[in-house]
Design a protein around this ligand. Structure first.
Ligand SMILES: Nc1ncnc2c1ncn2[C@@H]1O[C@H](COP(=O)(O)OP(=O)(O)OP(=O)(O)O)[C@@H](O)[C@H]1O
Ligand SMILES: [Mg+2]
Length: 491
């Protein structure tokens, strides 16, 4: 009930109901007063007029001369009008019409006002004079038809008012519902918006300017909120992207620090080893010069020399990894030429099931590098690619392309590829997946050191079984070579 009361339609209906319950009784009683007044006045006027006519007949005519004529005129007075009683009262006697309503007794005094008596009759007394003689004419009239007329009118008015009331209530309910409809529509729409359907328009189809304006205001509010939500969502996405980029940068920094630490350590050790190796090699060479040809000693010394030189090669590689070449040694190098040289060399070396492709884009700018070291870098990358495709074979592609404002050297293979763990560590010195004696794990460490010395970076894309692509990316010639380069990896 409380819920019903609180709706707009119910409020309007209840208001109209209460207003009518208060006003209709007043209207009814007012109308009835007027009706009763008019009808009784009409009755009185009529009977008084008629009584006057009868009195005139008695005064002018000779009806009073004989009792028979008097009776006859009294009877005709009853028959012609709506009389119920007729009587002539004279000092010498009273004559009453027998046609009157039986059992009806006239009052002793006349009541001039219309009153609803028990007997339902209205009595009039008219004094008359004929031939010098006085008499009283008493006439009685039936009040009941007038009363019935009043009663009929009362009923008709009641019916009319009831019909009016019912119709008004119906119209009020219909109008209230029509008024409430756009508001309900607006409410449904705003609920949907609140539930997350941001695209629902907050408008109401109505001619009511207040509701239409409310709808327009709400719609403006919704658009504003949607805009804010979109902006927040955009900011969240941007922040997430920024976080991801930051995490990637941190991981990169960590890798670089690790490489640097290992590089410093390895460099220091290589230096010491070199110091130890130089006298070994020199003294062995001296002893070899003195050893008798074809002697066992010479053969042993030669073995020592081979092993020592191999050790020196490794040491040199480690030194190359940790070395920072002088910027003055860097000069413009055309990557095309390097690619051509590498392709030539690997075509000559490669097994028949390995195809070596050359793929270069025209107009690749020259880069700043040390030509000798650059060849070593390419050799290391190509060797790895070649090894990754054995024994099944595949395609080794070597190419040079413009990259950003500089250029890139791309070496890709269709070989074994690498998993994420391997990819994470390939630039670490001594990291290798090859068997003992097969690889030193220095190839990529050295390549990285060389690239860094040119201000270049090495980016890797690889997945297990999908081959690998190494991109050595050089800044433009105009740019100063960076002291160090970051290593980016991707799978
Ligand atoms: N193109 C490639 N395809 C698949 N794996 C590769 C590729 N290049 C490098 N690797 C992986 O990276 C590891 C490190 O390579 P790196 O060249 O530094 O050392 P290595 O090749 O093992 O030894 P070395 O170069 O001294 O012979 C390799 O053992 C190999 O697992
Ligand atoms: Mg290698």
């Amino acid at each position: 009930m409380a819920r019903l009361n609180s709706t707009l339609a119910a409020r309007i209906a209840i208001f109209v109901l209460i207003a009518h319950l208060l006003l209709l009784p007043v209207l009814f009683f007012g109308l009835m007063r007027v009706v009763e007044h008019v009808l009784t006045d009409q009755f009185l006027e009529q009977v008084r007029g008629y009584a006057r006519v009868v009195a005139d007949e008695f005064e002018i005519g000779d009806a009073l001369d004989s009792p028979e004529r008097t009776r006859a005129l009294l009877d005709s007075a009853i028959l012609r009008g709506e009389g119920v009683y007729a009587e002539i009262v004279r000092p010498d006697g009273t004559i009453t019409s027998a046609l009157g309503q039986p059992g009806l007794a006239r009052p002793s005094h006349q009541n001039l006002r219309y009153a609803e008596d028990e007997d339902g009759a209205y009595f009039l007394r008219l004094p008359i004079e004929h031939a010098g003689r006085q008499a009283d004419l008493w006439l009685g009239f039936d009040e009941r038809p007038t009363r019935a007329q009043i009663e009929d009118t009362r009923r008709a008015i009641l019916w009319a008012l009831a019909a009016y009331f019912a119709l008004t209530m119906l119209l009020a309910v219909v109008a209230a519902r029509r008024l409430a409809r756009p508001l309900i529509e607006l409410r449904e729409r705003s609920r949907r918006v609140a539930a997350g359907e941001a695209v629902v328009q907050l408008t109401a189809s109505t001619g009511l300017s207040e509701v239409a304006e409310l709808g327009a205001d709400l719609e403006r509010m919704r658009l504003e909120l949607v805009g804010v939500t979109e902006r927040l969502r955009g900011e969240i996405v941007a922040r997430e992207q920024l976080d991801a980029a930051q995490r990637a940068l941190q991981a990169q920094l960590l890798r670089r620090q690790r490489l640097e630490t290992v590089g410093t350590l390895a460099g220091g050790m290589a230096h010491e080893f070199n110091n130890a190796l130089v006298p070994i090699i020199l003294y062995t060479e001296l002893l070899l010069a003195e050893a008798a040809p074809d002697s066992q000693t010479r053969a042993d010394l030669e073995s020592v020399l081979v092993a020592a030189r191999r050790a020196r090669d490794i040491v040199n590689k480690v030194l190359a990894f940790s070395r920072r070449p002088e910027p003055s040694r860097l000069e413009p190098v055309a990557l095309e030429a390097v690619v051509e040289e590498a392709v030539k060399l690997f075509r000559a070396l490669a097994a028949p099931n390995i195809e070596v492709r050359r793929e270069s884009a025209p107009g690749t700018p020259a880069v700043r590098a040390d030509a000798g070291l650059l060849v070593q870098l390419v050799m290391n990358l190509c060797t790895n690619a070649y090894q990754a495709m054995r024994p099944a074979g595949g395609v080794l592609t070597i190419g040079a392309y413009p990259w950003q404002s500089g250029a890139e050297l791309v070496i890709s293979d269709t070989g074994s590829g690498m998993d994420a763990d391997t990819l994470e560590r390939i630039f670490e010195p001594f990291f290798t997946t090859r068997g003992v004696g097969e690889g030193t794990g220095l190839g990529l460490a050295v390549a990285h050191g060389i690239a860094s010395s040119f201000g270049a970076t090495i980016a890797v894309e690889s997945a297990l079984g999908q081959g690998s692509t190494f991109r050595v990316q050089f800044p433009s010639l105009a740019a100063q070579p960076a002291p160090e380069a970051a290593v980016e990896e991707a799978s």
